[in-house]
Write a protein that binds this ligand. Sequence first.
Ligand code: BGC
Length: 757
Amino acid sequence: MFTGFAGPVARADINPALLNDKPAFIADVMRQMTLEEKIGQLRLISIGADMPQPKLLKEIAEGRIGGMFNTVTRADNRPLQDAAVRNSRMKIPLFFAYDVVHGLRTIFPISLAQASSWDLDAIALSARTSAMEASSDGIDMTFAPMVDITHDPRWGRTSEGFGEDPYLVSQIAKASVRAFQGPTLPIAADRVMASVKHFALYGAVEGGRDYNVVNMSPMRMYDDYLPPYRAAVDAGTGAVMVALNSINGVPATSNVWLMQDLLRKDWGFKGVTVSDHGAITELLKHGVAKDEREAARLAIKAGIDMSMADQVYDRELPDLVKSGEVSIQEIDNAVREILGAKYDMGLFHNPYLRIGNAVDDPVEVNADSRLHRDAARDVARKSIVLLENRKQTLPLKKAGTIALIGPLSDAPIDMMGSWSAGGVAKQSVTLYQGLRNALGNKARLIHARGANITEDRHIVEYLNFLNWDTPEVTQDKRSPAAMIAEAVKAAKQSDVVIAAVGEARGMSHESSSRTSLDLPANQLALLKALKATGKPLVLVLMNGRPLALNWERDNADAILETWYTGTEGGNAISDVLFGDYNPSGKLPISFPRSVGQIPVYYNHLRIGRPYTEGKPGNYTSQYFEEPNGPLYPFGYGLSYTDFSLSNVSLSSPTMARGGKIEASVTVKNTGARDGATVVQLYIQDVAASVVRPVKELKDFRKIMLKAGEEQVVRFAIDEDKLKFFNAQLQHVAEAGEFNIQIGLDSQKVMQQSFTLQ
Ligand code: BGC
């Protein structure tokens, strides 16, 4: 237990009994703090060129830093915590934060992949394992989950979120927050505090251009984009990271409505708000602050408790308080939340809770024995989506000769995806290694690179300029033709070709927006040459966003969307390729046919002249050069077995106010293999006071059925599932007819109707 604040400067003793009374304890600490010490708590600082360790230690000892991010081991964090609790006057512990988005040392599939599992237990396992690894490396808070809904796959951070659907992402938000934080307060030693991000609407940036503006109607915000953040708040997230974008003309970082009216008053959020990296200074660039002084004033008044990676609070707040432009209450409100978060992290009880004693330091932070490979493999298999499987090309036999081709076939860094924290590339199992593990001596494996990620020098330079430690995209110096020739030769000697193609991880990352969703031209040329050999062609896609896969869909014999599968990726993909695991993933985001179609998302609003499949399209809402709708719809994904749905029925044709009805459906595994699928429940409001979506996901169930087995799946429907935000932003269910649609994807559904009285 942390035993007090007896420091070199005399002041009132803290009554240890107060330690178990959070408000009283914090009030007592605050009573003893100087203004400078309070402002110090508002700073979240990363070690770096402008903050070398000696300077950092000095400022910590002066009580000028509240928390750290990007320092990731016990050994690194201990001296910093020592400086805080031994050398600073108030001895207030620091907290340590990091972007543990899909794993710390063990890298799990990227978030978009995890969402494809539609398996909340699997997603919770990833967060739980991340929390265990992070906490044992001295980390108290993760900047996750990232729950920004997006309809625009040009946005590079699509990879980091969980897709396009507010219901699915909200379920994931809840499951993640609970798994990171655990059920107790203070948070246990082997858990970490969550910081849901990026509040709010970051995924709706204009044109998919990172950091851009968001302009959105309030109804769309409330119905489609805000629910996941709300779900995280309801699940008890300790922190909220505020987004870099502006919202209807006001930057999130200076947005009083966002942080006070919505977050604190309407949603009752009780934790700490953190700015995004440098966001307060960026208020100048947004053009809402003329200087840093004004930026600091706007941010603190709007409700940014902690400023990440800029100095403006430190520099400007003391004088702003002295001049009366910022009140001491405003500073106190922020300090109270920060101390409250530290209290909830258990740091006042024990500042070394997650740093441990020096003797406990893990000798080798990257030791393979510290990894959770089984969990990573399990989640990775569940995250893979089978998009095509003509003539039952998959699963493959472990026999004969297999050619493995493609720039991503043996790419350890790319397996990890972006935001892979403390992941170590050489610990990830590439597809090549995974196939070798699976095949042993049973089959011959021939390997050729076939193509670089891209031949576009500008793109390679850009990707290598991103914030990595070393350049990540290495070019094979041979000509594209020579590489293809080698690949074709390998294909010709084989019974089947596996082509691992897609994006380098940096292509689906922060600041990596794209204008094209096609595979790079040289990779497509490789695929065409492989196709021309006449050998069965299996595509293993690795990418962090929906791609436009027209040629691929028409020509590949099978397509596996594997996203970036993480440390155990190669083994997990091999499990699926050879049928040791029957794929069950479903897309959490629509795949467009072309970039020109964006936005394409399933829960779009109804319109007066809808496009109707199979009818001439004149004067309906469509593009005349290509069919409407996605290439692959939301919720779609195949299996090695088949499922049928029948008997969609409702327990009653009417629902009373405050009542409940039940929808049920019989699901049968009609194929020859055991398999899992996701039964999806959509609801359409037939006529409402405002325009409503064509359908909305309201529930789902992932079920496992043995070959031939059938099961009745039941969904409870209550008024809550019928509610939406009306023109006055009241959350209401309006009387009238509703269509219940049940399917194994968002397009092929069976329907029944009922009336809400
Ligand atoms: C990102 C955040 C991240 C932060 C700290 C920012 O650039 O937008 O998502 O948490 O950096 O690394």
